[in-house]
Design a protein around this ligand. Structure first.
Ligand SMILES: *Cc1c(COP(=O)(O)O)cnc(C)c1O
Length: 458
């Protein structure tokens, strides 16, 4: 095993060291060459070193280099050094984070990481949390607790009896809510389409003046960080309206919640602490390896009621039993990497990472505007939407940027306009990365303008 693990470490180091000298997308021909990974199931065992070599030689070139400094897709970050190293060690530990008995260290690291997260994200003291795979599952987990709480208040035990015959729940979402919120609502039997949609403004913020009148059990889903613009819902105006109606307030803050960690940006989230639950990702702005999401609840009781394996598990334990707070039972120890990321960065490091990436976004916006291109959003955090002309032109530039390989950005449609989305989320992005990427974008857009889109590159 020793030589094999040393080889794995060496191959990993070589992969990371080489990421600057290759395209951000897959290497030319790499996707086709993955056929070598398949074929029929081998009849006989093979040497693990040969398995690792095949994986590296065929698999590594077919990756998207999300760990590098010039990946600006999907608001996902890379892996901080301490988080990646902790991930390797945790893989060697192979802990089952289900309970304090199956893994004392996983349970304690989760406790510590949760307390630090509540602190750095400025959530109310006493907030409890669950470690899940991502913000989709964090939305699901928190909304399951919401479903429990609003129906319990109406005298209905949803875990025991389901939704058949239950009092109806009004579900309120913003017109620009993330698609995964609807997925979570569908999984919970609350329906993707029976929601009340509140109009949003030109940045995607729910309009407080359009907030509906609510009666009976109700859940209001707000958003911290629109996936396109980065805009925050006006929590200070909306939360009191929802609270007055007796509604449960949930916030999808997959990446935007992290703005609370930067002193210069925290004001954007004023009032978010008035909510009952929050969903966020650690694999986005905290830069830990996939998969890592977090659900937070002001009061843990509803989450435990929704997630405990059986009612017999319900008596409160002296300490938090992780498996009573998550949809999973057996699961990996995600708290390890979150702990390592926070322990290595400290409060100042998290603040700096968030602020730095926001500044990089501002630089992109300024450089694109100066070249005459239209930035469609107010760049309040780390998101930039740019149009290079009409939809066809913008789509061609996005395709050109991806093919060129200097950096990676995806296309989007924002309130009817086709745009390229730049999400600066990685700890690894330097000013040099920004300038090099900006130059590539401008070169490609310029070539398109004069009708000779010749993509150079790799
Ligand atoms: C990314 C994102 C999600 C989904 O997160 P996953 O980690 O992919 O499950 C949900 N909401 C918002 C606002 C997001 O940006």
């Amino acid at each position: 095993m020793d030589d094999l693990l040393r080889a794995a470490a060496e191959r990993s180091i070589r992969y990371l060291a080489g990421r600057d000298a290759r395209p951000v997308g897959p290497m030319p021909g790499a996707v086709e060459r993955m056929a070598a990974l398949g074929g029929s199931l081998p009849e006989e065992p093979s040497d693990p070193a040969a398995v690792l070599a095949l994986l590296d030689e065929v698999g590594s070139p077919a990756t998207v280099v999300g760990t590098g400094g010039r990946y600006f897709g999907f608001v996902t970050g890379g892996s901080l050094p301490a988080a990646l190293a902790a991930n390797w060690l945790a893989a060697a530990w192979d802990q089952n984070a289900f309970s304090r008995t199956t893994s004392p260290v996983a349970a304690v690291l989760e406790d510590i990481a949760l307390a630090w997260l509540v602190d750095v994200l400025r959530l109310p003291a006493g907030t409890v949390g669950a470690f899940v795979t991502g913000a989709t599952m964090a939305n699901f987990t928190a909304l399951a607790a919401a479903r429990h709480a609003v129906l319990a208040r109406a005298g209905w035990d949803v875990e025991a009896h389901g939704l058949f015959g239950a009092p109806p729940i009004s579900v309120v979402v913003g017109a620009e809510a993330h698609p995964t919120v609807f997925k979570a609502l569908g999984l919970l039997g609350l329906g993707r389409d029976r929601v009340v949609r509140v109009p949003a403004d030109d940045q995607g913020r729910m309009r407080a003046d359009a907030f509906p009148r609510l009666e009976g059990p109700a859940i209001v889903c707000l958003q911290a960080g629109n996936v396109n613009t980065g805009a925050m819902d006006p929590f200070a105006a909306l939360c009191p309206l929802a609270r007055e109606a007796g509604a449960w307030i949930h916030v999808d803050g997959a990446f935007g919640l992290w703005a609370a960690a930067a002193p210069g940006r925290a004001h954007l989230l004023a009032g978010v602490e008035l909510a009952d639950s929050w969903a966020t990702d650690a694999h986005k702005w905290l830069n830990v390896p996939y998969d890592s999401g977090l659900a937070f609840l002001r009061v843990g009781e509803a989450l435990r009621a929704a997630m405990a394996v059986s009612a017999a598990y319900l008596p409160e334990m002296a300490s938090r039993e992780p498996g009573q707070y998550t949809p999973d039972s057996s699961r990996r120890a995600r708290g390890v990497e979150v702990w390592a990321a926070l322990r290595s960065l400290g409060r100042a490091g998290v603040a700096d990472m968030v602020e730095r990436t926001c500044r990089h976004a501002e630089r992109f916006a300024a450089g694109l505007r100066a070249a005459g291109y239209e930035v469609l959003n107010e760049v309040v955090i780390n998101q930039v939407l740019v149009a290079f002309g009409d939809a066809e032109t913008t789509r061609a530039v996005v395709a050109g940027v991806q093919k060129d390989g200097t950096c990676w950005c995806g296309p989007t449609v924002w309130q009817g306009r086709t745009a390229m989305r730049i999400s600066v989320s990685s700890w690894a992005t330097t000013e040099a990365d920004v300038e090099r990427s900006l130059a590539a974008m401008l070169r490609i857009a310029g070539e398109r303008k004069v009708g000779k889109l010749t993509i150079g590159g790799w």
